[in-house]
Design a protein around this ligand. Structure first.
Ligand code: FNR
Length: 365
C-alpha cells in the first residue's frame, strides 16, 4: 500500500471506491464500507440524496463566483470538510499524515479522530508544514473527541489538541454504544490512547446485555457536554444529532455547531439519513449555529443538495480511505479537487455565485 500512480480512468469519487475495493484486504474493505445490522441507515443516506432534485437557473452571471465559506472565523476553500474517520493507516502506511498534507494543500479542514493511527500532534505538524511549503492558508485541523471512561482522560486529550493548535473541538455523541468487531491488523493502533486500549464499545455475551454493564455506565450524558463546554474556549461542535430536541438542547448547552449525521449508517440501523433530519432542525435552530451534515456525499451535486436543505457544509467520510488506498496524499488531494470542481459546476448551473446562494428555492417539487 505505498504510493501509486493515480489510474487514468479515475474521474469521480465512485471511481476511487471501485479501485479501492480491489486494493484493500477484503476484511478491511468490509469494515470501512459496512453499515450496522441490515444496512438500512446506510442505504437511507444514499436514497435521501437521490430522491432530491434541484432546479437549475439560467442566464445568471456567475463569472466572479467562489466556493469558499467561512466557519468559526476561518476561510475554507469549499463547504467540504474531511469527516473524522478512525485508523487511516488501514488504507495507507502514512495514514493521517497523508490526509493532513492533502487537506492543507486544498485548504480544507481535516477533522482528526480520537482514534487516529498517528498521534494528533504529528498530524497537526504535518498539516502546518505542508501549508508552509505550499504557501496555502488552510483552516487549522479540528479535533474529534470520543469521551473516555474517565473525565481526566478526556481532558488530557482536549489539552493535547489545544496545545497542538487544533481550531475546533468536535464531540461525537452517537457512537458510545456501537458494536465493533473488527480486529486491527498489526501496525495499526489507537496512537493517542497510549497503552490503554480504546474503550470497548461492545456488549458482552451472556448475563446483562447492555443496561447495567460498564459500557452503558461509562456512556456520556448531557452532563458531560455541560462539563466539556466549561473546559475549552475553542468552538465546540456536537456530531451525531438527528432530532430537533437534541439540537435545541445542544444549543442550550452552549455548542457552536451541529453535525446532523447517522454516523455513515454504522450505529443505529433505524436512523434516518442526516439529510432527511436536517430540514426540521434548520427550521428550529438554523439561524443560531452552523449546521453541517454527512452521510454518502459523493459528488458536487450531492453537496449542492445539502446546501439547498440549509447545511453550511458537508463532511466526507469513506472516500478518504478510498483515495488513500489508491494514491495516498495525491489521491486525497485529487479526490478533494474532483469534489470542488464538481461543486463549482453545480453552483454555476444553479445560477449561484456562492454556496450561501443555494437555498430551498432550488429544491424541485
Ligand atoms: C467513521 N466515522 C467516525 N466518526 C467519528 O466521529 N469518529 C470516528 O473515529 C469515526 N470513525 C469512522 C470510521 C469509519 C471506517 C467510517 C466509515 C466512519 C463516521 C464519519 O465521521 C462520518 O459520520 C461518516 O463516515 C459519513 O458518511 P460517509 O461519507 O462515509 O458516507
Amino acid at each position: 500500500m505505498g504510493d501509486h500512480v493515480i489510474p487514468g480512468d479515475i474521474a469521480s469519487l465512485d471511481d476511487y471506491a471501485r479501485h479501492a475495493a480491489s486494493r484493500l484486504p477484503e476484511a478491511t474493505w468490509r469494515h470501512i464500507e459496512e453499515g450496522s445490522e441490515r444496512g438500512l441507515a446506510l442505504a437511507a443516506n444514499r436514497a435521501a440524496l437521490d430522491a432530491v432534485q434541484l432546479v437549475p437557473r439560467m442566464l445568471r452571471d456567475v463569472a466572479e463566483g467562489s466556493t469558499a465559506i467561512e466557519l468559526f472565523g476561518a476561510r475554507h476553500a469549499a463547504p467540504i470538510l474531511l469527516a473524522p474517520v478512525a485508523y487511516q493507516k488501514l488504507a495507507h502506511d502514512d495514514g493521517e499524515l497523508a490526509t493532513a498534507r492533502a487537506a492543507a494543500a486544498l485548504e480544507t479542514a481535516m477533522i482528526v479522530s480520537t482514534l487516529s493511527s498517528v498521534p494528533i500532534e504529528d498530524v497537526a505538524t504535518a498539516s502546518a508544514a505542508a501549508a508552509r511549503e505550499l504557501g496555502t492558508a488552510p483552516p487549522a485541523p479540528w479535533f474529534q473527541l470520543y469521551f473516555q471512561p474517565a473525565r481526566e482522560q478526556s481532558l488530557a486529550l482536549l489539552r493535547r489538541a489545544e496545545a497542538a493548535g487544533y481550531g475546533v473541538i468536535v464531540v461525537t455523541v452517537d457512537a458510545a454504544m456501537k458494536r465493533a468487531g473488527f480486529p486491527l491488523p498489526p501496525g495499526v493502533t489507537a496512537a493517542n490512547l497510549g497503552d490503554a486500549p480504546p474503550a470497548q464499545h461492545e456488549a458482552t455475551a451472556g448475563g446483562r446485555i447492555l443496561f447495567g454493564t460498564p459500557l452503558a455506565r461509562q456512556a456520556p450524558t448531557w452532563a458531560d457536554i455541560a462539563w466539556l463546554r466549561e473546559q475549552t474556549r475553542l468552538p465546540l461542535v456536537i456530531k451525531g444529532v438527528l432530532s430537533v430536541d437534541d439540537a435545541r438542547r445542544s444549543i442550550d448547552h452552549g455548542v457552536d455547531g451541529i453535525v446532523v449525521s447517522n454516523h455513515g449508517g454504522r450505529v443505529f440501523d433505524g436512523a434516518p439519513a442526516g439529510l432527511s433530519a436536517l430540514p426540521a432542525i434548520v427550521d428550529a435552530v438554523g439561524s443560531d449555529v452552523p449546521l453541517l451534515v454527512d452521510g454518502s456525499f459523493r459528488s458536487g451535486t450531492d453537496i449542492a443538495k445539502a446546501l439547498a436543505f440549509g447545511a453550511k457544509a458537508v463532511l466526507i467520510g469513506r472516500p478518504q480511505f478510498h483515495a488513500l488506498a489508491v494514491g495516498g496524499l495525491a489521491g486525497v488531494a485529487h479526490m478533494l479537487h474532483i469534489l470542488r470542481a464538481e461543486l463549482e459546476l453545480a453552483l454555476a448551473l444553479l445560477g449561484c455565485a456562492a454556496p450561501e446562494e443555494v437555498g430551498s428555492a432550488h429544491i424541485f417539487g
